[in-house]
Structures are given as structure tokens and as C-alpha cells.
Design a protein around this ligand. Structure first.
Ligand SMILES: Nc1ncnc2c1[nH]c(=O)n2[C@H]1C[C@H](O)[C@@H](COP(=O)(O)OP(=O)(O)OP(=O)(O)O)O1
Length: 253
């Protein structure tokens, strides 16, 4: 986290600005407060108080309106203000963040080979991919990853490790897809074809990127060489990758 708070005095007003950056959460929180000091305890000053904003994934939302307050010595009373903040979206921080759907993706790398499944139905049909799906209510991301792997390939992971977080942005869907990528080298059972996936082993040199999601060649090499990573991928028409950013990170949480 990076942060700063600064105060200024100008034309009889005080101004405080603060900024907190949370790079891992792609998030910046800022505020501005402007006030006039009380001249004495019987002569309260009034002013406008703060504007708060949160910026996430490049989208800035204002989350607090200006309010008038009265300040007498140590006592501050917040009253209804004349906020002129036209861009106000909500005073509830949670409501201002873009909605996210959580998904999992498990890649098995065993004896120099990678297990991929041909998706037989639904989203991504016709692509080879790892095994995974949506996190359901009441389960952790790790539980969802283990469940989806078993449901789609029939195998049980015994050394699952989270290695990456991929965020997918679609031009036709305001909801961001946050995919948590897990790496597995040990498992129980033999993979078999299920209703959703037909599994096959590929040597690393023969990974069929031509029949995979367009982002895959950008991060599989990181995954398969032991790195941790975070990336953002922007798609139009669901499958056309138009831009991306990806970085190696020390830890993924
Ligand atoms: N662009 C990209 N690259 C790599 N992997 C993925 C994407 N987009 C994705 O959605 N995925 C992954 C993430 C998930 O593992 C699957 C999609 O999950 P889905 O099959 O829709 O989820 P389920 O819960 O299994 O769905 P149901 O069919 O059961 O409704 O692809």
C-alpha cells in the first residue's frame, strides 16, 4: 500500500487531501476535506466537508457527498449539506466497485506434460483449457477449484498451489471475471471424459494455443516456469483479445 496525506492553508481555509493506493487490488482511495477554523468556542465556523473517491481498474467513482458541518472547539456536528456533487453514485463503498464473478482454473503439469480438457459445452466450447468454473455460494476459492477439477476430469489434486489471478473485462458485460489459477503436479486417479470436458495430455512444446483462449500463450509460460502472476485482459465480442497487461508478482492472495 502507498499513501500520503497533505494539509494546506489558503485564504482562511484549510484543505486536507489524502490518497491511498492498493496496487494489488487495482484500487486507489482518495479524499479532500475543506474547512474554516472556528474563531472561538462561541463562534462556530461552518464549511463543506469531504469528497471521497475510489478508483478501481481505471474507473473513478465518487462515494461521498459534500456535507456542511458545524465545528465548535472539539465538537463537530454533521448536518445536511448542500452538496453539489452531480457525479455522486453512492455513499456505500461496496456498491461503487464493479461487480466481479469469481472463477477457478486448475492446470495439471505432470512428468513434462500438461493436462488440458476440450470444453464440450457452454462458455469456451471448442477450446482446450484447464479445469475450473464458478465459485459457488458458501465455498472458498480453493474448495471450488478442487470440486471443479474432480467434476470435470475425475482426478483429485494433492498439491494444489495458487499461482495467478487473471481478470477478464468484456465490452458486453459490466461484470469482471476474476479467475484464480492453480498449479498441480500431484493427483490421485486417472483423468476421464466427463459431460463438460474431454481430457488429453500435451507436452509443453505442443500446447495447442491455436485452439485455446487468446490470453493463454501470455501466461502459461509463466505458470510452467514456476512464476506467480496477475493480469488484466480486455475482450470484445467475448473472444477477441484487444489489450492486456500482465506482471510477475511475489505472491498471489
Ligand atoms: N480467457 C480465458 N482464458 C482462460 N480460461 C478462461 C478464460 N475465460 C474463462 O472463463 N476461463 C475459464 C475459467 C473457468 O475455468 C472456465 C469457465 O467456467 P464455466 O465452465 O463457465 O463455469 P462452470 O461453473 O463450470 O459452468 P457451468 O457450465 O457448470 O454453468 O473457463
Amino acid at each position: 500500500m502507498r499513501s500520503f496525506i497533505k494539509t494546506f492553508q489558503t485564504h482562511g481555509f484549510y484543505l486536507a487531501v489524502g490518497l491511498w493506493k492498493y496496487p494489488q487490488a487495482h484500487c486507489t482511495v482518495s479524499f479532500r476535506i475543506c474547512w474554516t477554523p472556528a474563531r472561538n468556542s462561541r463562534s462556530p465556523s461552518s464549511s463543506f466537508v469531504w469528497i471521497g473517491a475510489i478508483e478501481r481498474d481505471g474507473i473513478k467513482r465518487l462515494v461521498a457527498k459534500s456535507e456542511r458541518f458545524l465545528c465548535t472547539g472539539q465538537t463537530m456536528a454533521i448536518g445536511s449539506g448542500e452538496g453539489t456533487n452531480q457525479e455522486l453514485v453512492s455513499t456505500n463503498l461496496e456498491e461503487t466497485l464493479p461487480a466481479r464473478k469469481l472463477l477457478t482454473l486448475v492446470i495439471i503439469h505432470h512428468e513434462e506434460k500438461v493436462l488440458l480438457g476440450m470444453k464440450k459445452r457452454g462458455f469456451g466450447k471448442g477450446y482446450y483449457n484447464g479445469f475450473g468454473g464458478k465459485v459457488e455460494k458458501g465455498e472458498t476459492i480453493e474448495e471450488a477449484a478442487a470440486r471443479e477439477l474432480e467434476e470435470e476430469s475425475g482426478v483429485t489434486a494433492t498439491d494444489m498451489e495458487k499461482r495467478g489471478i487473471l481478470t477478464f473485462h468484456f465490452d458486453n458485460d459490466p461484470v469482471l471475471w476474476e479467475v484464480h489459477v492453480f498449479y498441480v503436479t500431484k493427483f490421485l486417479g486417472d483423468p476421464y471424459e466427463t459431460e463438460e470436458m474431454a481430457p488429453s495430455w500435451f507436452s509443453v512444446a505442443d500446447i495447442p494455443y491455436d485452439t485455446m483462449w487468446a490470453d493463454d500463450p501470455l501466461w502459461y509460460p509463466l505458470l510452467l516456469t514456476g512464476q506467480r502472476f496477475k493480469g488484466d485482459f480486455f475482450f470484445t465480442n467475448t473472444t477477441t483479445l484487444t489489450s492486456h497487461s500482465i506482471g510477475v508478482v511475489e505472491s498471489v492472495s
